[in-house]
Design a binder for this molecule. Structure first.
Ligand code: SF4
Length: 642
């Protein structure tokens, strides 16, 4: 269907659907290039609705990057909400791009951002709405190359039937290498197989069809073998040694979106080493932008968008080495311009009273978020988040005294060795924090408690442990519901069934492709949305594929098991993860390696990173013999043994 015909169809459909602004394009700062003049065309897809996808910084970076290339164009596509999808299917309207309304099947490359697992069925649905064969094996040279990146791609196996090539790690450099290879391939019109093999030569690109997975009779992986010389094993993630200039020409939507602001990434990576945290393990090492660069980027972005809110993003912004200077200078530079600075993800350990004072003047007053994650010092040592109860209460008191009336607390239940007493402690710590609030500001104090359930993730020290069962989770929720009642306490928790979905898919293997396909066939989509998540569809899919959910979710994995993602290398070595897991069982904590390198494995693999750590006397493990005592990590026992 031609863009003109699509535009006509839209005129008939849009008056009948919710938020038509999701489907129109035409926003300020969108980039529209001459389709006929541009040889290489990329569709960037977020497999959920526009409101969420438009707030995805990763896609905004890639959109800006590709559109800077004179011979390439990038256009956006998001999952249509259910009413729009129904209207599209009724009128056989194919999925199209927002900028020029070209059908997605007309693009050369379709790139999905797979930020989390519950997006998988939407990706299949978008392929289906585009008329692109769902399975990679069924595509030929007339079909777009389908690639995917994002944190969930660090275990690419569950989606390997549907994705031609995965980008493992950071996409800024890799995507341009892929587009250049595709452009050259297109010029020579050779086979699709030759394209895939050529892509496999690029560092950080994983082409699943070039690998064979063998299984033992008990169902575990015995080996992952390469089927072509171009296929690396393992595939080492890609990172950008220096963060490229921050995008500032953000598209300004017609409708309200999840994060209606400009977003500036102040730092990438985190080295705190929380053992449950996937992002903290796969985004190493830490790289920071300078205060000057950040302030200039904010200035330009505000001028180019008209926004009055800026999100300073990173995994743990209070760990940014010049955080106070940044907030101080930003407050001075944007004083009187009514600019609101939001700083998500502040860590209790590095959240100083000075920073709170600085934030008082520059950020609008919604709640203040603290993430203890576990309520006892024993559990916090096990997850490697060693902060004392006294420090948590002191910080909470300081927050209330500075005028915040609500503190949002994030906890997770289900960590290894957790007892029901540890869960009861969530109740007690939340009440103790509320008491601090009442002491400081009286009855206005509020505490909102969000309790997620820990899901073991690939490439983390906890990748071997079982996830709690439904029964265990419900027993723990009962304790929390019983204890956290009252006018100034608000409790919410993750639906255990949605936890199970994440748990299956996070540590799934290649056989999960059949499961995801069957679940989609049964109608599964928008699995991240409570009102749309359909556990029955997944249950039927397990039944029809004969896979055993407990095998993936509740099984303790021996440390010598070949894991379905072992051929994907996040930089951090498996040896380091095993050591860290064993330390966790002894309650041993590991310091932030900014204090002292703990030899996680990144450095030997990214030798050219040294300039990023000037002054740090590193010895790669293989040269450890020269001065091992220098690199010996500091071991701190838990508060009991301090
Ligand atoms: S190599 Fe050392 S400093 Fe670098 S991320 Fe790993 S532990 Fe941290």
């Amino acid at each position: 269907m031609k863009p003109e015909a699509i535009k006509l169809e839209l005129e008939a459909i849009l008056p009948r659907v919710q938020k038509p602004g999701r489907y129109t394009g035409g926003e300020l700062n969108q980039v529209v290039k001459d389709w006929q003049q541009i040889p290489l065309r990329v569709a960037l897809a977020f497999p959920d609705i526009y409101d969420l996808g438009m707030s995805n910084l990763g896609l905004a970076i890639l959109y800006d990057l590709v559109n800077q290339q004179p011979d390439m164009l990038a256009e956006r596509v998001y999952a249509p909400w259910t009413d729009m999808e129904a209207a599209m299917r009724e009128r056989e309207l194919p999925l199209y791009s927002l900028e020029t309304k070209h059908p997605i099947a007309a693009f050369d490359i379709l790139g999905f951002s797979l930020a989390y697992e519950s997006l998988y069925t939407n990706a299949l649905n978008m392929l289906d709405l585009s008329g692109i064969p769902l399975r990679s094996v069924d595509r030929d040279i007339q079909h777009p190359l389908v690639i995917a990146g994002g944190h969930a791609a660090f275990n690419p196996e569950p989606m390997s039937d549907f994705i031609d090539a995965f980008v493992i790690g950071e996409g800024e450099e890799v995507l341009l290498e892929i587009t250049c290879r595709h452009r050259d391939w297109k010029a020579n019109a050779s086979t699709r197989q030759e394209l895939l093999r050529s892509l496999a030569e690029i560092g950080g690109v994983y082409v699943p069809s070039l690998y064979q997975v063998d299984y033992r009779k008990e169902g575990t992986v015995s080996e992952v073998r390469t089927l072509a010389p171009e296929a690396g094993n393992p595939v080492l993630k890609r990172i950008v040694p220096e963060l490229p200039p921050a995008p500032t020409r953000f598209i300004v939507p017609f409708i309200e979106i999840t994060h209606d602001r400009v977003a500036i990434e102040i730092m990438r990576g985190c080295t705190r080493g929380c053992r449950f945290c996937h992002a903290g393990m796969v985004t190493r090492p830490v790289r920071e932008r300078s205060v000057e660069e950040i302030l200039d980027a904010i200035d330009r972005a505000l001028a180019e968008t008209g926004y009055d809110e800026t999100g300073l993003l990173s995994l743990s912004s209070s760990d940014y080495s010049q955080i106070q200077e940044l907030v101080r200078q930003a407050s001075r530079r944007f004083a009187g311009r009514h600019v609101n600075l939001s700083l998500p993800s502040l860590r209790i350990e590095s959240l100083s009273v000075e920073l709170m004072d600085l934030l008082q003047g520059s950020s609008r007053r919604s709640g203040f978020t603290l993430a203890p994650e576990a309520a006892t010092e024993r559990m916090r040592a096990i997850i490697n988040k060693p902060v004392s109860e006294a420090q948590i209460l002191q910080t909470a008191r300081a927050i209330f005294e500075r005028g915040w009336q609500t503190i949002k607390l994030y906890f997770m239940i289900g960590h290894p060795t957790e007892t029901l007493e540890d869960v009861q402690a969530v109740v007690e710590l939340s009440q103790a924090i509320l008491a601090q609030g009442k002491a400081a500001i009286g009855r206005r104090a509020r505490v909102n408690i969000s309790v997620g359930t820990f899901v073991p993730k690939a490439h983390t020290p906890f990748q071997w442990v079982p996830c709690d069962s439904m029964e265990q989770i419900e027993a723990k929720h009962a304790i929390l519901r019983q204890g956290l009642r009252g006018r100034n306490l608000k409790l919410n928790w993750t639906d255990p069934k949605m936890t199970m979905l994440e748990a299956w898919l996070s540590r799934g293997d290649r056989r999960m492709g059949a499961l995801i396909f069957q679940a989609w066939k049964q109608g599964a989509k928008f699995d991240a949305w409570q009102e749309h998540f359909d556990p029955d569809a997944w249950e039927q899919a397990f039944a029809s594929t004969g896979l055993d959910a407990d095998f993936y979710t509740h099984r303790n994995r021996p440390l010598d098991e070949v894991l379905p993602w072992d051929h994907i290398d996040p930089g951090v070595s498996k040896q380091h993860l095993i050591e860290d897991y064993e330390w966790s069982l002894e309650g041993k904590t590991r310091p932030d390696c900014r204090e002292h390198c703990t030899v996680c494995g990144i450095l030997p693999k990214f030798k050219d990173l040294r300039q990023l750590h000037p002054g740090r006397v590193w010895k790669c493990p293989e040269v450890k013999s020269q001065s091992s005592e220098e690199t010996e990590p500091i071991v701190r026992t838990t508060s009991t043994g301090r």
